[in-house]
Write a protein that binds this ligand. Structure first.
Ligand code: GLU
Length: 357
């Protein structure tokens, strides 16, 4: 009799658990949003509210959610801690973990959108990587903050509030991965960090804002440029690591042996953050040509903050077998090239990809 009662209780508990997928406390009128936390300044901690120094990635996701008044009225929210690092320590390993978890969550009917909390240093790279490998049109938003959670006027709570509002809004569907910070919605493909300390650090210099979000009310001005998420040909399913791609910074008397050293160290691709329109000196061009002849893919990007790198403009890409990055900066060119090199592709195909994504 006692055993029957115990079994019955277990059955009831299992049934209730099955009715609360991913631990959402269900309000049927609200969307279900999962926050995946990776650390950064938004989770940073300092001894006083006015000091510049602090430690990134100290505060856990539940503490962050609890610190945002009204956030639970926007959506049914659950949080998962994927990592807790300053984003200078973001890694391909965490990228793959994030991408796989997002794809797993968004494949279910129980999850309507994802928010990722992330340091700002490499946020544009993570957002762009996810923009290329997430297989869903449901909203995926990254956010963070420039001031640690303990600072006077910490902007993290409002950024998180707005990020959840964007992820939970049906209008956000099909916009690829977005960075939401400072009341602005940026496309992962267009955005870049432009200031080391200002809260207005993210800008989309070539394309402009994708939208705005004020205390959760949002407006889109445009859709993203380039193929993304559900339209992308890239996948990291079953992928355990990405090929090494190095960035080499251009300048006066740029040392060409950096290209050879990089290849020696195992790089399969090299991105040149060149001067001007993706230029490099004659010695580096010769080293690039040699690298290309040995099957290393060399992409010409630029150290200049805005503008296109044009194929066969000042540099004859046909002669040197180099790829022009089009409008991608060096760090995003690196992400795209890492994914390109997951399979054998001709230089023509890689150039087309740089025009398309
Ligand atoms: N280095 C920190 C990080 O990227 C600071 C940038 C931030 O989060 O604002 O995590």
């Amino acid at each position: 009799m006692k055993i029957k009662l115990i079994l019955k209780s277990i059955l009831v508990i299992v049934l209730i658990a099955a009715m609360i997928p991913y631990g959402f406390s269900q309000d049927k009128n609200l969307k279900n949003i999962v926050i995946l936390a990776t650390g950064g300044t938004i989770a940073g901690f300092a001894e006083s509210g006015t000091q510049a120094g602090y430690t990134s990635g100290q505060v856990g996701i539940q503490t962050m959610i609890d610190a945002v008044p009204g956030i639970k009225k926007l959506a049914n929210i659950t949080g998962e801690q994927i990592a807790n690092v300053g984003s200078q320590d973001m890694s391909v390993e965490v990228w793959l973990k994030l991408a796989n978890r997002i794809n797993e969550l968004l494949a279910t009917d129980d999850v309507d959108g994802i928010v990722i909390t992330h340091g700002t240093d490499t946020q544009e790279e993570t957002a762009y990587f996810l923009n290329l490998v997430v297989k869903s049109d449901k909203p995926v938003v990254t956010t963070g903050s420039m001031r640690p959670s303990t600072a006077v006027s910490a902007e993290g709570p409002l950024n998180l509030y707005n990020a959840v509002a964007v992820a939970a809004n049906p209008k956000s569907k099909g916009h690829g991965v977005m960075i939401v910070m400072n009341d602005q919605i940026h496309s992962a493909q267009a955005v870049t960090k432009t200031n080391t300390t200002s809260v207005e650090t993210f800008k989309s210099p070539m394309q402009g804002l994708m939208g705005a979000v004020i205390y959760g009310q949002l407006e889109f001005y445009r859709t993203p440029h380039g193929l993304h998420t559900y339209e992308s040909e890239f996948s990291v399913k079953g992928v355990k690591e990405l090929p090494r791609v190095d960035i080499i910074y251009g300048g006066v008397d740029m040392p060409a042996d950096l290209i050879d050293l990089s290849i020696k160290a195992g790089a399969k691709g090299i991105v040149i953050a060149g001067v001007g329109n993706g230029n490099m000196n004659a010695a580096s061009l010769a080293a690039s040509k040699k690298a290309a002849a040995n099957g290393i893919v060399v992409v010409r990007s630029t150290r200049v903050p805005t503008g296109y790198v044009l194929r066969n403009a000042e540099c004859n890409d046909d002669e040197y077998n180099t790829i022009a990055s089009d409008e991608l900066n060096a760090q995003k060119s690196r992400v795209l090239l890492m994914l390109c090199l997951l399979k054998d592709r001709s230089l023509d195909d890689i150039q087309k990809i740089f025009y398309t994504y």
